[in-house]
Every structure is written in structure tokens, then in C-alpha cells.
Design a protein around this ligand. Structure first.
Ligand code: F0G
Length: 364
């Protein structure tokens, strides 16, 4: 059955969202590899480190696991149009699954602020692709207006069915580790749906009695797009939106929709929140690339953040850590070329690279 070949739908008993599963829209998503990262482990001072590579999904990001579920519901409910605002990956995934389901799709993206690979995907899959002169948060506002006026199915991460699909990598990680619960999962944080979904997945496994304990889940943001980090270090725990800016365009988000859910996951599972600089992201990305694995910039915040968690004593040498790599390296090839040509970082950013990182930086 095609559904049994999907790393999402093979867990369908754990998300009964359709009357008839034969109508599910699938591109054989999920079943992504868990790679060990021995050189990165050594560089950060851990005995063992692995990466769950969600960039190995059909459209090259973790968004496919959510879109297969949500598009199936849209098709099941006879919608003709679906839409999302996106920093690029959600739109690529939505466009592909909508096309597969025979639905029309509308994409709102911030002009000039998404990687070409992602823009090209939504065009290739036939979405009505609209660039707006605003940021991601502005795109969300305009889209929210639109869906109240027209019968369009909203596929942003507030869509609950996306979270159901996006929880399944938690199950796969457990399978891949022979049900030995890892100590710590490290996830990038943008709109904060992915961290919430993974937390939900682990909590459900725990509630079903399939695992004896929970992993910690830590969320890492870019310094220039860090509203959750600010919330985390604020003694009053107040969330204030920020004007976001980072070269990791996937997570260039200042007003995250799912922050309450993510905050709840950090609190329940006992994780941490950190922020990382542009130079820390660039270097971590090159280190992941040098393992023969590679990822897009937003995914590399995980390794950059892990270095900080180790330095703070939040992760210790013997702990087993899994990084969630959310997108494929080919999503943003311009970033990689700029970095290796020495054209990505400014003089001021280069000057802030720490001595130990400087040695690595030169070696790469
Ligand atoms: N990594 C990548 C590659 C992403 O594309 C995103 C989000 C994230 C991390 C953050 O995940 O939002 O669940 O916290 N991209 C969205 C998009 C916003 O429109 O593609 P999150």
C-alpha cells in the first residue's frame, strides 16, 4: 500500500483524522535517515551525536510530514483552494501536495527574503506564487484577512492537522534508536510549530507507555529573530514580537504563531532556549556539510545552539543528543557559496568569531 510506504501514514492509528484513509495524499514522505555526526560530536565535546535529516523528504524539508496530513483533510472536505504564508519551505510543500491532490494553491512570500530554491519549487508545482513587499509576519496578516472572506483552506502551522503529521518524526527517532530514548532533542525555532509537534509526539509515546521517560527538547533561534529566547530569559515571561532579521531566512519570524505550545513543551520536557549569531550559524552549517550531510542555514542553528548548551552545562558529555535538520542543503545554495567564498559574513561578524571556532573556520 502507498500509505504503508509513507513514514507519516504508517502511524495513522495515532492520528485518526480521516474517515477513509484511502483518500490520503502522499508523496512517500518521512522515513528519513538518522545520521551519526562523529566529527561534530568531537568538536562540541560529546561522545555521541546524531541528526534526524528532515531535509530528505520529497520537497526537501520537514514541512512535508505536516502537509501530507493537512492536504488530505483539505481534499477530504472538498476544498478547491488552499493557501499559506511562508518563508519558503511551507509553500514548497503545500504546492506539491496540493498539486498531487488536484487542488489549487496560493502562496504569499516576503519579496526578496526567501531562498531561490524554495521560490522555484512553488512555481514548479503550479502554485499561484505572490511576493509581497513585507516580511513573513506581514504575509500572515494579509493571508488571515483573505481566508475570512473566501472559501480557502488555511495551511499555515496553526492548522492542527499539520502538527499531527509533524509529530511522526518523534516516533521514527525512537524506532531508529531501538526505543532507547535520547536525552536531548535540539530543534530550530521559527514559527514554533515543529518543536511543539515533536514534543506532542514524545508525550503521546510516553502516555501510551511505550517509553519510560521523555527527552528534553531545546529550541534554538537566530539572534536577529529571537522572540522565544527573549521570553525565556524574561523573569516575567512576557512574549513580545520583534522585527526579525537573519540570513537564515526560513526562521526570519518575529511573531511566532505557536509560541505558547512551544513554551509549554520546553517547560514540560525540561529543555532550554538559546540564541545564536549569524557567524555561529554559518560555521555550524559548514561543519554539518563537512560530515557529508549538509543542511540549510536554519537547520544549522541546532549545532550552533548545542555548543552553547554544552558550554552552559545543560548537555553533558555522555548524553545522547539528536539534532533535527529541518531542510536540505540545496534549498539555499547561494548562502553556501557566499560563505565559502568569504562573502557571507561582514568584517565585524568575522571579528566576533571565537578563537576555537576561528581554527575550525580556517580548516573548513
Ligand atoms: N527550519 C526550516 C528549514 C524551516 O523552513 C522552518 C520554518 C523552521 C526551521 C522553523 O520551524 O516554524 O515550526 O518553528 N519555516 C516556515 C515556512 C515558517 O514558511 O517554511 P517552525
Amino acid at each position: 500500500l502507498p500509505l504503508d510506504q509513507s513514514g507519516v501514514w504508517r502511524f495513522r492509528d495515532l492520528f485518526p483524522i480521516l474517515e477513509n484513509f484511502d483518500n490520503a495524499v502522499t508523496l512517500r514522505e518521512g522515513n528519513t535517515p538518522l545520521y551519526d555526526l562523529p566529527r561534530c560530536a568531537k568538536a562540541v565535546g560529546l561522545n555521541w551525536l546524531a541528526a534526524k535529516h528532515q531535509g530528505m523528504n520529497p520537497t526537501g524539508s520537514f514541512k512535508d510530514t505536516g502537509m501530507t496530513a493537512a492536504l488530505s483533510v483539505a481534499a477530504d472536505r472538498d476544498f478547491e483552494w488552499v493557501a499559506c504564508a511562508s518563508t519558503g519551505n511551507t509553500s514548497a510543500a503545500m504546492a506539491a501536495y496540493a498539486a498531487r491532490a488536484g487542488l489549487r494553491s496560493i502562496v504569499f512570500i516576503p519579496e526578496g527574503k526567501i531562498a531561490w530554491g524554495k521560490l522555484s519549487q512553488s512555481m514548479d508545482y503550479g502554485a499561484l506564487t505572490i511576493q509581497l513587499k513585507t516580511d513573513f509576519d506581514g504575509c500572515v496578516r494579509i493571508l488571515t484577512e483573505l481566508v475570512t472572506r473566501f472559501p480557502i483552506y488555511l495551511l499555515n502551522s496553526v492548522n492542527p492537522y499539520r502538527l499531527e503529521g509533524q509529530k511522526t518524526p518523534a516516533f521514527e527517532i525512537l524506532e531508529q534508536l531501538d526505543w532507547q530514548v535520547p536525552d536531548h532533542i535540539v530543534v530550530p525555532g521559527g514559527n514554533l510549530a515543529n518543536s511543539s509537534a515533536l514534543g506532542k509526539g514524545f508525550l503521546e509515546m510516553h502516555r501510551l507507555g511505550l517509553i519510560p521517560r521523555l527527552p528534553k527538547i531545546s529550541i534554538i533561534q537566530a539572534e536577529g529573530a529571537n522572540p522565544l529566547y527573549r521570553w525565556f530569559i524574561d523573569s516575567n515571561r512576557i512574549m513580545r514580537p520583534v522585527t526579525a532579521d537573519t540570513r537564515a531566512t526560513a526562521i526570519r519570524i518575529g511573531n511566532p504563531a505557536s509560541w505558547r505550545k512551544a513554551a509549554n513543551i520546553i517547560d514540560k520536557l525540561g529543555g532550554w532556549c538559546e540564541q545564536v549569531s549569524e557567524q555561529e550559524i554559518a560555521l555550524a552549517k559548514a561543519q554539518i556539510g563537512a560530515e557529508g550531510v549538509g543542511c540549510e542555514p536554519a537547520s544549522a542553528v541546532t549545532l550552533a545552539g548545542l555548543k552553547k548548551l554544552v558550554a552552559l552545562g545543560k548537555v553533558t558529555r555522555d548524553e545522547r543528543v539528536v539534532l533535527i535538520l529541518t531542510g536540505h542543503t540545496l534549498k539555499d545554495s547561494q548562502y553556501t557559496i557566499d560563505y565559502h567564498r568569504g562573502e557571507l559574513l561582514t568584517e565585524a561578524e568575522n571579528a566576533q568569531i571565537s578563537a576555537s571556532d576561528q581554527a575550525l573556520h580556517t580548516a573548513l
